[in-house]
Design a protein around this ligand. Sequence first.
Ligand code: MOS
Length: 741
Amino acid sequence: MSLSYDYKMDKPVGETRLDRNGQNIIGRALPRFEGPLKVSGTAKYAYEQIVGRNVAYGHLVTAPIGSGKIKRIDPLRALSTKGVLHVVVDDKAARASADPSDSKPAAIKGEVNYHGQPVCMVVAESFEIARDAARLVDIEYEETEGRYDLFAVADEAYDPGEQQMPSTVKKGDVDKAFEAAEVQFEATYTTPSQNSSAMEPHASIASWNGDELTLYGSYQLVSTNVGQLAAALGISQSKVRIVSPYVGGGFGSKLGIAPESVFAALGAKAVDRPVKVALTRQQVYQTTVRRTDTIQRIRIGCTKEGRITAIAHNTICGNLAENPVFEPAGISTVFLYAGENREVTHRKADVNVLLAASMRAPGEAVGMLALENAVDEMAEKLGLDPIEFRKLNEPTEDPQDGLPFSSRKLLECFDEGAKRFDWASRPKTPMSRREGEWYIGVGMAAASRKNMLQPSSARVTLSPDGTALVETDMTDIGTGTYTILQQIAAEMLGLPREKVEVKLGDSALPQGAGSGGSWGANSSGSSVFAACEGIVAEIAKRLDVEPDDMTLKDGTVIAGNRQRLVSEVVGRAPIVVTGNFKPGKQYQTTHQASYGAHFCEVAVNSVTGETRVRRLLSVVAAGRILNEKTATSQCYGGQIFGIGGALTEELIIDPRTGLMVNHDLAEYHVPVNADVPQLDVVLLPERDHAASPLASKGIGELALSGVGAAVTNAIYNATGVRVRDYPMTLDKVLAGWAKQR
Ligand code: MOS
């Protein structure tokens, strides 16, 4: 029996089976059940899915110039190397490099638009042969002058039009109100280009069966990726299957197809064998996607009591000419603080630098570095405690469009954090606390992250043996999706956890939300919820009771004074329900975001200017927590990401050649253990009844949003140096001190 159950979020959800919590599984701090497979090396990642003699290997050849034309590609020398099978030279492949996040990639037509752009691929009997022969492909380029430096072309930034959000959001007259304000603060902040730096490099194996392609890849959004890959190859989506059961981190870099997948597909077709391609670490940096650098001007006008009358956030980012996508850096400024007159703008300048796309907390991650630093600066100017200043400007509704907040525990996050961190005893003035040669300072920042929901489907099968199977093409990119979907189904169906199996990451399964924008758990979890509601309804029908009068627990159904085994009720044929979840009216009629507060203590060396983060506390409220352990781990990840954003991460593009100079983990500095102190995370209990049937909101990116500003505000408190040019490396602190003297 196969049924479907649709759930559209048109009404607030009220109490559900999850609240009755009969099985006591939802929310618990359970470890990821696939963890042992991963640590024992038995979970198969993309590159490991097919092994054996029949597999051929591809190696990408990438452009060594930043801008120009490809005059000639001569593969002859490469092809005459022993073991080389083929060289993929095809403009279909070039399309893949144009815009992996776009489902309609633009053709490149022999142009080189950035350094590291894939040009062709050698296919050989082994990886080593392919890599070696890649040097032998004779390519003639005509180099033209490129635009490699965002700061040099920022004057030419233009309105890219609405993308993920409107490029301009305005209310009142911000210029006039700012001019008239009793206290004004204005500053420009810059953030550098960054790379997601996932542990697992992008990798694909393509395998054809006639005209049907199976691609084992490392992707976040397999159903979207199927469309992208089919479009790049010019074939029907129905002929493409993408399998991506385990992903070694994505952070946005695997939202869209990367070039290796298209090349692998073309190579496999040509040699009629499976072809596997892994990007080298350098290629991951130079050839996939990056986060754009940004220039962000912030103006805040206040009454002398500290009420905001004008707030403006004008941002500029860079991207390839053919790609209009901008970094929505002002996204939080739209709704975080009150103020009658407001303006958020996003402008984009064309650059010849690797495609800029979404990287963890696109918008907030870098936008809040500027905003939350500026708010700290303004509080100081007003002589107010930064928390007091924020509280004075807490809006009662969305200050831009007047929508009610679905739930907003920002002030509770401040209070809880202040108490736990002992904020009251903080050094009130810069350079006032010293331990030996270290200055000690503390800082804080608000966190917010827009809640996003996506349509999502999942199929749940309840079998006669009393086990359940959850299936969706949703991915688990290390976030805990397998486990939370298991928890939801187990709770809903009253089954022990071990009785629920979860299959993910295969486009042959019902279309899930995919992992991105922190919508994954809430959206895909809601589809599992819906499917289970359908099963519960069917069981109730068979027992002739109301679903609400039934408790499902430990593999039994309890209704009134009757208790029966679920397996008995199921009978001989499994009950199969596909749950289809859709965001509905609640998403339009309420403003949905998750909130938090970060508190940081740093020590800055008075001789070298080196910053050590000593304490970091994040208090977050993101609706129902589905699994305390995986949610907390997401927050740890965000905190660490935030330390990197504040102190070390910076992609350096050579302004003369467009070469990405620090294109590996040795030179692009993400925080390592020694950079990370004991991390504290507090998850405030919350339910958001407008957000989803789970009453959850996104959490993954929340804990990154604002962290870096808490760090740099602490650096200011320690040193008296405000650096507005991220990352806050020690040379900038030293230069700041030199200026003070
Ligand atoms: Mo996230 S940057 O939307 O994977």
